[in-house]
Ligand binder design. Structure first.
Ligand code: GCO
Length: 443
């Protein structure tokens, strides 16, 4: 199957800083909203925090060695803003830069291309104190932070992602309150979404102005929604979900407008975001690539008990993962071909795809046959999208290591490498061995 992918295809795994790094009080790192949130009783399963996580901050060389052994040629990680600027703005922390310099050089020495996400949800706490993303000033602080990163790493890093999943950060963090900063307010949420997109635009602008050699894009989480039945109510409910989660981000980025149906819905409730002239032009400047995170399909039915959206997801048909997410590889094909049909034909990277299963360590490994099956089927769907003309350039499995799965803490294991959190030992799951064999075919 590997032969279905071009030889220069990027094969990687993806991680995010707060989920793996640990070392939260080390080398001058400032606090982020995830430190505050995870230390708030009741927010995270089992009271887990990212204080130690996979201790990747101290063990990154081991982790890079594992990637090299597997035969991966790329790695998507994210940068902790508060390691670079402990308060989010102002004073620069050299030791933060040093860490990402070491990470970058070690990756390159191993023949692995770094792809860095500039914001994977861990906003410096100092900026949340100023009102968080609802405060427009943050868009400029983000640009300034990105400019510093480009200056220090832009000569060696060729793939940049401004934001990870602005939709998830917006809604789980500012509307449903299940992620940091734990807010539950529609107007704050829509304003946050808009400011995130403006911040993205400013970062792209800073990157272009600096004339750096690499490429820049954004990562969106695109779910595949289907109506529960062939009735107008269900179809419209599915369309609203798609509007809220997918089109609210895709449209401004690629069509220079917000989707009219959702805008109207928000207007009826008086929570459209405030905008400035020129915002949409800034947001929609050309990108070098689009990152897509795909996990599942949701079957949506009309539900009058849900305020504003009046839509709910039906409980998914089997097979499902440990997260309760439906395993639906065709959805990946649908999402990729839809982007090409409706939005853009710029290069696409699958920046996350993977699954949690109830893994058990036995004799130094995990027999994670369901994960191998999951990956095979999704690789197949990606190959079909390529054959259908999607300009797919790379695939990043979520995740390299078991890690801090946000509100689920350490309970859910997404890694192809098993972490024994008591000892920080890394163990290859069978999926890691399978991947090594898969990648070896053309080498
Ligand atoms: C995401 C998240 C990851 C999650 C993964 C599994 O970008 O959604 O980046 O951090 O861990 O999606 O839920």
């Amino acid at each position: 199957m590997k032969s279905l992918f071009p030889p220069d295809f990027l094969w990687g795994t993806a991680t995010a800083s707060y989920q793996i790094e640990g070392a939260v009080h080390e080398d001058g790192r400032g606090l982020s909203i995830w430190d505050t949130f995870s230390h708030t009783p009741g927010k995270i399963a089992n009271g887990d925090t990212g204080d130690v996580a996979c201790d990747h901050y101290h063990r990154f060389e081991t982790d890079i060695h594992i990637m090299k052994e597997i035969g991966l040629n790329a790695y998507r990680a994210s940068i902790t803003w508060s390691r670079i600027l402990p308060d989010g703005k102002g004073q620069l922390n050299r030791k933060g830069i040093d860490f990402y310099n070491r990470l970058t050089d070690t990756l390159l020495d191993a023949g692995i291309q770094p792809m860095y996400t500039l914001f994977h949800w861990d906003l410096p706490e100092g900026l949340q104190k100023l009102g968080g993303w609802a405060n427009r000033d943050l868009t400029e602080y983000f640009r300034d932070y990105c400019a510093i990163i480009f200056q220090h790493l832009g000569d060696r890093v060729h793939y940049w992602i401004t934001l990870n999943e602005p939709s998830v950060h917006t809604y789980l963090g500012h509307l449903y309150g299940t992620h940091a900063p734990g807010l539950t307010d529609w107007k704050t949420a829509t304003q946050t979404a808009h400011h995130l997109l403006v911040a993205h635009g400013l970062a792209v602008q800073a990157f272009r102005e600096g004339g750096f050699p690499g490429s820049i894009g954004i990562t969106l989480n695109i779910n595949h929604f289907e109506a529960a039945g062939d009735t107008a109510e269900h179809r419209q409910a599915a369309q609203r979900m798609d509007g809220l989660w997918n089109r609210w981000y895709l449209d401004p980025l690629f069509k220079q407008s917000y989707p009219a149906d959702i805008w109207e819905l928000y207007e009826n409730h008086r929570f459209t975001p405030s905008m400035k002239a020129g915002d949409l032009a800034l947001i929609s400047q050309p990108l070098d690539f689009l990152g897509i995170n795909y996990y599942y399909r949701e079957i949506i039915h009309a539900d009058p008990t849900i305020p504003v959206l009046q839509a709910s997801a039906s409980s998914p048909p089997p097979p499902i993962t440990a997260m309760g997410w439906e395993i639906f590889p065709d959805g990946l094909y649908h999402v990729l071909t839809r982007i090409k049909r409706e939005y853009t034909s710029i290069p696409i990277y699958i920046t996350e795809n993977g699954a949690a299963f109830p893994d058990v360590l036995q004799n130094g490994t995990v027999q994670d046959t369901p994960r191998i099956d999951y990956l095979k089927k999704h690789f197949q769907a990606a190959a079909e999208a390529l054959a259908a003309g999607v300009d797919l350039r790379g695939y990043f499995i979520w995740s390299l290591l078991d890690n801090f799965e946000w509100a689920c803490g350490y309970e859910k294991r997404f890694g192809i490498i098993y972490i024994d959190y008591a000892t920080q030992q890394r163990y290859w799951k069978q999926s890691a061995y399978w991947l090594k064999d898969f990648l070896a075919v053309l080498r």
